[in-house]
Design a binder for this molecule. Structure first.
Ligand code: BG6
Length: 303
């Protein structure tokens, strides 16, 4: 579903001259771009999808594929897709879109607000005829992306219906990295994970994660911060999670990337996904009227 307002109308209502603008992005899709002294950043209304965050003293932190589709009904490859209300396949419907419908929905731009050296963009979406095709529940989802020295992501889910519901969620962040063979991910030592490359066998993480083949893991009961150590880029990226009890780590490796039409053959080397999430047994249950907010805050330090 396309955004109901034109880019010109959104720009007239929400832009903050010299700070944040609403412009036409790839594929004609509207996006908010911000340029302040702390950073530059951008977020598409399609999927409420962050596609860039470049802090002033660092290079671009977010990977986006040059082969990505940019069209209604298809997910952007890279950036920060929002997976909701299920993760991977929908158990009871193989035809349902992988990772849910939030990332292929056009969200409503609610507001752009400027704080002291940061810009907050708020978008929302709610249950409607399109969502009910796949999921019967009544809900409202609000997303706040705050661009500054840190990148703040906040996904707020509200059960607006009259019965309890259960959902999964993930902020599927594609980190832009120097080289997959030379990075390490810390903060998950001692955690149990389900290995999706091996029928979700339960495994135990010892030490840091290093990448030597395809990785597709859901780390369980992990609410602590995760560090992405990237010596080739000379930086450490930290992801601080709140109300997120699972962490997915994914890199498709050569074979996986080659099977994707929307990723160039060598791009798997330049990306690693760390996903603040609540999936599988950690799915969230909400009673009527209840809300749940998951947050991820990302910051970069020089090594
Ligand atoms: C990861 C999943 O989060 O996303 C993987 O753990 C999946 O299993 C990957 O392959 C990419 O999914 P998609 O739908 O964007 O190709």
């Amino acid at each position: 579903m396309k955004s109901e307002k034109t880019v010109e109308e959104l720009q007239a209502t929400h832009s903050i001259p010299g700070v944040a603008e609403v412009v036409i992005g790839n594929g004609g899709l509207p996006k908010v771009v911000t340029q302040i002294s702390a950073c530059s950043g951008e977020i598409y209304l399609h999927g409420a999808h962050v596609t860039s965050w470049e802090p002033a003293d660092s290079e671009e932190t977010i990977f986006v594929s040059k082969e990505s589709h940019w069209e209604d009904g298809r997910a952007i490859r890279g950036g920060i897709p929002i997976c909701f209300p299920w993760f991977r396949n929908k158990a009871d419907n193989p035809k349902a879109p992988q990772h849910g419908f939030a990332r292929i929905t056009s969200w409503t731009l609610n507001s752009i607000t400027a704080g002291s050296d940061e810009v907050k963009v708020e978008l929302s979406t709610a249950s409607n005829a399109d969502s009910r095709v796949w999921w019967p529940e009544d809900f409202k989802l609000t997303y706040r992306a705050t661009f500054g020295k840190t990148l703040g992501l906040e996904l707020e889910m509200h059960n607006t219906g009259s019965s309890s519901l259960r959902f999964e969620e993930a902020l599927h962040t594609y980190h832009r990295i120097g080289n997959i063979g030379n990075i390490r991910i810390g903060g998950l030592d001692g955690a149990t994970y389900l290995d999706n490359t091996d029928s979700n066998k339960s495994c135990y993480q010892q030490g840091e994660i290093e990448f030597t083949s395809q990785v597709d893991r859901a780390y369980l009961g992990t609410d602590h911060s995760i560090q992405l150590l990237d010596p080739p880029m000379g930086r450490r990226v930290t992801v601080v999670k709140t109300n997120s009890l699972t962490t997915v780590v994914w890199n498709p490796w050569k074979e996986g990337a080659h099977s994707m039409s929307d990723m160039a053959d060598d791009e798997w080397i330049q990306m690693a996904c760390i996903e603040a999430s609540n999936i599988r047994d950690f799915a969230i249950e909400l009673q009527p009227g209840q809300q749940h907010t998951m947050r991820a805050t990302i910051f970069v330090e020089k090594l």
